[in-house]
Design a protein around this ligand. Sequence first.
Ligand code: ADP
Ligand code: ZN
Length: 721
Amino acid sequence: MKRVRLIIFNAALGPLDYSVPDDMAVEYGSVVVAPLGPRQIIGIVWEEDRLPGESVAASKLRPIFELLPIPPLRAELRRLIEWTADYYCAPLAAVARMVLSSGGAMRGPTTMTEYRLSGSEPARMTPQRAVAMDALQGEQATIRELAELASVSDGVLRGLVNQGVLEPVEVNIDRAYPKAQADYDEPQLSDDQNTVASRIVDVVEAREFVPFLLDGVTGSGKTETYFEPVAAALRGNRQVLVLLPEIALTEAFLKRFESRFGAAPIVWHSSLKSTERRRAWRAIASGEAQVVVGARSALFLPYASLGLIIVDEAHEISFKQDEGVRYNARDVAVMRARFEKIPVVLASATPALESLQMAESGVYERLELPSRFGGATLPAITTLNLTQSPPERGRWLAPELVEALQDRLTKNEQSLLFLNRRGYAPLTLCRHCGHRFECPNCTAWLVEHRFTSRLACHHCGYDAVLPDACPDCGEADSLVACGPGVERIADEVKEILPEARIAVATSDTLNTPEKAAEFVAQAEGKAIDVIVGTQLVTKGFHFPDLTLVGVVDADLGLEGGDLRAAERTYQQIAQVAGRAGRGSKPGEVLIQTRHPEASVIAALEAGDRDAFYAAETEARRGAGAPPFGRWAAIIVSSEDENEAKEAARAIGGTRPNIRDVMILGPAPAPMALLRGRYRYRLLINARRSAQVQDIIRKWLDTLDFPRGVRVSVDIDPYSFV
Ligand code: ADP
Ligand code: ZN
């Protein structure tokens, strides 16, 4: 009998050995179900010599139950799983779980029953039935999904099924996707675009690993340009993965993709329905899926034959996952391309300093698009010094910005106001006693949301009704909102320009693909005059009649003072500025600031990107920060404050003493309480070449912690809270 070693889906246990029944044909990468005690568990057959495990006598091995009907994970993907687990100090099982991210897909081909309106009326109409029938016009889905869609209980719909109002339809879950065609509608590329596109196309055809940094100004047509190598992969029957940072961006992308290739790509993100997820997963694994557009989690899917990876807006910090396996999708994308021996394109107008440095040192090949497509010019940027020309009392927009908004409205052009703060006000306090509304689970103020009249925590989702009186002193009508959020700015615009049509664009208002699509359609159709938005609207959108961008508070991002504060501010403002003047009319950008002399702001005003990056590079070099040195964090948390503190102390007390490795802490994290857990942090700073992961693994392996304590390691952290 054959024996195999499995990575099993239990992070606490290491690999385990099993025997294979004679009639079962397993190979490396096969996904199986095996017994574990009285339970059954999923496992992946792995190379024994790559997974040290205990040797168990053959007689003691238990047999595998079942081989799941999906293709075995390819060696390239197995190596990526190992690399990710190793680099980010995460359990192999936790990384492997990101690959097998659809439970349904593990089962073989199957049909399911969906329901749709049959056209007949119920014997008795109730208000709920009427609501449901209204909401379900033209829909077809499972009862569960329809109930969610219509906001009624499953019971109401089952009643309609019994009455024949909803009829069942058998559908093949894995029905084929429409085919994209490489030459459906080919654009005429500019010379610059053509040079860049041909270079990547050559590498796609040669099937080599080459990491590209596609460094092109906003509006240079990076998307059109990388669509050519996408077409080349399609012609070669190889799959393409396009990673996008936000789901709100996907809609605009899908439309462009469809007009170029004649069919929509396959979308992958966390809010897919389970049947869509299953269908996509199986199509990806079988090779039927041609192009997948997704959030970072799409990176770990089991592509049958990947030919190209694009990371669009590659500088975006949302590619960094900050829970579970704390990986950076941008960096893992490059590793995946390396294992698959294919090109990867990191596209951005404001690349991360780390990426630029890789290009400088020749590790990445740099491709440039230095000018906007079609003769459009980059917008003129002016700072408004708020200390010299402040807004009126109780307002947030300076007179020059107000005037510019009025001017655009008369000219029937669009404006965009950017403030990276959701809600109405970031802090509410009692004028009478000074009480501040804080989250009970986090070290954070509650943010007032006036649209929903609630106070919400942006970290844990806690929310409460905004009371009429202060809960502390009981004084009525004493609560005041401090500082602006986008909703408050929108109110101000309403007062200044009563006739303007205003849209607030944040993750609260554009929280589904449908709402995002509607927003894009309205903005394109010029049904919106002024957009007030967070970082969500800083990138990806192309509204040709948008000619004014106002940055409400350029200093906001600099306050946190973390490692990347200046870079992030530069990127955000340069990106949002890039939304202005993309059509035939030139754009103007007004930046409100109290610190026009700050190097970031001065570089933005002068349009001198190189100066900013040069100064930032020197600052990082001096601080031993990435890309010149390495950072890692150890975060210790528990619901019990004392337990967290003790565990952090134990870790601190056993710190290794290694030359050139500096270990700071433990100290309470800036967010000392998060989602009900008390948190302590240690920070490790080392030379670029130091084996930080090995050091951390050896160090933590010697320690044991109580059950309630969670110790997580964050390599190359982005968040310092
Ligand atoms: P970026 O992503 O670099 O900011 P986009 O890819 O959004 O720029 O391109 C800006 C605009 O120019 C888009 O509307 C795009 O369709 C258009 N465009 C770019 N290149 C071409 C081309 N070769 N032919 C036609 N339109 C193009
Ligand atoms: Zn909270």
